[in-house]
Design a protein around this ligand. Structure first.
Ligand SMILES: Nc1ncnc2c1ncn2[C@@H]1O[C@H](COP(=O)(O)OP(=O)(O)O)[C@@H](O)[C@H]1O
Ligand SMILES: [Mg+2]
Length: 243
């Protein structure tokens, strides 16, 4: 398997709580991997370990064989890992374009000035915000703010894109648009890890998925098979007798 990202026995504790418990998985180049599991199962913590927002207590994370774990979030971003947040984080006092340009600054090939601006305009159009570059993001709807966050992540031309419930909170019409947008990124060959609760999206978009429950990986593989796995079904029903 041609792994671009390897998570190798990653562990993260908070005091006595084991939020991520010796989790290992590989992500293939060009793959859209779903990371799913009930609330509190450690998905966001896993993304935080990959992006460097948190350091693992033990274990290793590698991008193309190079160790990321233990490095700063800034370094990891520079290596080509970009993310969106479960709760949208953009700069409300700035325009759409300025927010996206901020992402280009962390690019592997740093862009400035007119180059960053041109890229920002292209990406805003890409996520469906053509002609709104100068709008203050505080005046924008929730889905449009999410689009900006996605465009900002794309501005760094990431080798691995991490999406933390990017589809959450969208109405059914917006959801269709959002799924089509992610599908577009997949077709373009982006490597993506998608944390998601919207099962339709997981089924439609993902090549494979990894399932977590109470910090541990409980299943991995083909989406249909994994979702039919009795242990996964039990985890989602909140029956933790096997946990
Ligand atoms: N910074 C933190 N400090 C203490 N506990 C945390 C922190 N972040 C997450 N946790 C705990 O780790 C567990 C996993 O959380 P999280 O990774 O956010 O799960 P998920 O994204 O799957 O809902 C939860 O019990 C949560 O309360
Ligand atoms: Mg989460």
């Amino acid at each position: 398997m041609n792994a671009i990202l390897s998570v190798d026995h990653a562990r993260r504790t908070f005091g006595g709580l084991i939020a991520v418990n010796d989790v290992s998985f590989d992500v293939r180049e060009g793959e859209l991997l779903g990371l799913i599991g009930p609330n509190g199962s450690g998905k966001t913590t896993m993304l935080n370990l990959i992006s460097g927002a948190l350091k693992p207590t033990a274990g290793e994370i590698r991008l193309k064989g190079e160790r990321l774990s233990g490095r700063s979030a800034h370094h990891i971003a520079r290596q080509g890992v970009a993310r969106t947040f479960q709760l949208v984080r953009i700069l409300p006092s700035m325009t759409a374009e300025e927010n996206v340009m901020a992402g280009a600054v962390f690019a592997r090939n740093r862009l400035w000035g007119s180059d960053a601006r041109a890229l920002a305009r292209t990406l805003l159009a890409r996520v469906g915000l053509e002609g709104r570059a100068d709008m203050a993001v505080s005046a924008m709807t929730y889905i449009d703010q999410k689009r900006i966050e996605l465009a900002r992540a794309l501005a760094s031309d990431p080798r691995v894109l991490l999406l933390d419930e990017w589809l959450a909170g969208l109405n059914p019409t917006e959801l269709k648009i959002g799924i089509a947008l992610i599908d577009d990124l997949r077709r373009e060959g982006r490597t993506i890890i998608m944390v998601e609760h919207v099962m339709d999206a997981i089924r439609t978009l993902c090549d494979r998925c990894v399932v977590m429950n109470t910090g541990s990986k409980i299943a991995e593989g083909d989406v249909a098979e994994v979702l039919a796995d009795p242990q996964v079904v039990r985890a989602y029903l909140g029956d933790d007798e096997d946990a």
